[in-house]
Design a binder for this molecule. Structure first.
Ligand SMILES: Nc1nc2c(ncn2[C@@H]2O[C@H](COP(=O)(O)OP(=O)(O)OP(=O)(O)O)[C@@H](O)[C@H]2O)c(=O)[nH]1
Ligand SMILES: [Mg+2]
Length: 458
């Protein structure tokens, strides 16, 4: 890509609006704008300070006044693209906006390609590839939550995580390199056991990033919510009702759900990653016991807990234990099966729960109240998608999967008692895959493809 040209484009949506913005970026941006802009102050923009705004008129090459405008001047390097930028704020009519763009082209700018401003920001080192992709995700996000995740990525949450893991792999490789170069010396602080421990730890970091993505469902994310309660209170029935799919098996047998089941649920603007967990109780059954342990793990990792009680049976000690295990997490209590019982009262739970809803999966009583309660908690900032990075992008996921394959192969090698230096190639492969995500080792073709998804003017 030619970085020496100065580019221009309309950066606001195509159509009529209150104002439109024509953005010009490149080494001649200020000189070009000076050719078509007459400031009310009579100053030329090239003599103005950076990050200032100026009132005036755009005058065509034929001497015709096209519009009264505000022009902002931002000088490199502290700009979005890292280059000099002028932005012309004109009145929002389509004809006038296009006419001004035409004038910038006549004055020496070239029309920007799709995403070229952001691509220049990437090529000029203003942002890495994850952050650039976050820009497009913010523009295209359809829900408040998607937007929140993208802003989080733009802030560097994902890049930081990837870079840290990548640095750790590079350190491992450096140690191996020393062992290869000086086989007789050995490294005091780098035993085979330490190598294996570090390698496994890195694998689990990558696995946790991967588990935040969900292959089939185009990598959405949501607020992690766990439904907990004793066996048979109706947890699986609730998951099926809210998700609209019969995902979890429902029977009147206690201990039906053995393993946690997750489903995505859309509540208007927000998405929940809802988990149905195994009913918690003391059990001799080995499989069920593992499920119970997993339920406790889910409580820890969720942002909101929906505790369910069964109104056919009074609360007992097991309910108390479950409520205690919720700790200080945000919570809502549902008294389910209100259609057939009334042995649990709201007052019984008021001490532990600010929100108690009389509920029935069968008649759908309380569903609207539950939804509005969750929405309010989200809007108040009580619950959110957690700050840890979430993989929402298929390209990132593919690269992580490739890194995982390479690292799994390294772990296999170690398990076969083969010395760590033989894993060097696998580790290098993983480093390169992680580099692809942040754009350190990515091919030009991929960069082009990514930025082509952008709209013109961004
Ligand atoms: N009357 C009535 N029955 C319900 C309601 N919700 C669930 N049930 C019944 O309660 C039984 C248990 O439902 P599940 O959804 O399997 O309960 P669970 O909490 O997932 O149970 P475990 O997986 O064993 O922990 C089933 O027979 C359901 O049909 C309700 O609102 N009213
Ligand atoms: Mg169940």
């Amino acid at each position: 890509m030619d970085l020496t040209s100065t580019i221009a484009a309309i950066s606001t949506p195509y159509g009529t609006g209150g104002i439109s913005i024509i953005r010009i970026s490149g080494s001649d941006a200020i000189a070009i704008t000076d050719r078509i802009f007459k400031a009310s102050s009579k100053k030329v923009l090239s003599s103005c300070q950076s990050h200032t705004i100026h009132h005036g008129r755009i005058v065509s090459s034929g001497g015709k006044v096209l519009d009264e405008v505000l022009v902002s001047v931002m000088k490199a390097p502290k700009t979005f693209t890292g280059e000099d930028i002028c932005e012309i704020n004109c009145h929002g009519g389509l004809i006038v906006t296009k006419a001004i763009l035409e004038e910038t082209l006549k004055a020496g700018a070239v029309l920007a390609d799709r995403g070229e401003f952001t691509k220049r920001a990437f090529l000029n080192g203003k942002m890495d590839l994850c952050k650039a992709e976050a820009v497009i995700d913010i523009i295209t996000s359809k829900t408040a939550l998607e937007q929140e995740i993208s802003v989080n990525h733009l802030g560097g949450a994902l890049s930081d995580k990837i870079n840290t893991v990548r640095e750790r792999l590079i350190a491992l490789c450096a140690n191996i390199q020393v062992l290869i170069d000086y086989p007789d010396e050995g490294l005091e602080d780098f035993t085979d056991a330490q190598f294996e421990h570090e390698l496994r730890d890195i694998c689990s970091e990558i696995n946790s990033l991967l588990s935040s993505s969900n292959a089939g469902l185009l990598l959405r994310s949501g607020i992690p919510v766990a439904i907990v309660g004793k066996p048979n209170v109706g947890k699986s029935s609730l998951l099926n009702l809210l998700s609209g799919v019969e995902k979890a098996i429902v029977t009147d047998v206690e201990g039906t759900t053995r393993d946690a089941i997750e489903e995505y649920v859309n509540l208007g603007d927000i998405t929940l990653r809802l988990a149905d967990t195994a009913g918690i109780r003391d059990t001799e059954d080995k499989v069920e016991a593992i499920g119970v342990e997993k339920s406790k793990e889910y409580i820890k990792n969720s942002d909101l807990i929906i505790f369910m009680a069964d109104s056919e049976k009074p609360l007992d000690q097991t309910d108390d234990i479950i409520i205690k295990s919720i700790g200080d997490k945000k919570r809502i209590a549902l008294i389910n099966k209100c259609d057939s019982g009334n042995r649990v009262k709201s007052d019984d739970l008021k001490n532990h729960f600010e929100h108690v809803i009389e509920f029935s999966v069968k008649t759908e009583k309380g569903v609207a109240e539950l939804e509005s309660c969750i929405k309010k908690m989200y809007e108040m900032g009580d619950i959110s998608c957690d700050g840890s990075p979430i993989i929402t992008n298929a390209r990132h996921r593919d690269a992580l999967l490739k890194a995982k394959t390479a690292l799994d192969s390294a772990v296999n090698t170690i398990e076969m008692q083969i010395p760590p230096d033989t894993t060097f190639i696998d580790l290098e492969e993983a480093i390169s895959c992680l580099g692809e995500i942040v754009g350190l080792t990515v091919s030009e073709e991929i960069v082009d493809r990514i930025f082509h998804k952008f709209c013109i003017g961004k």
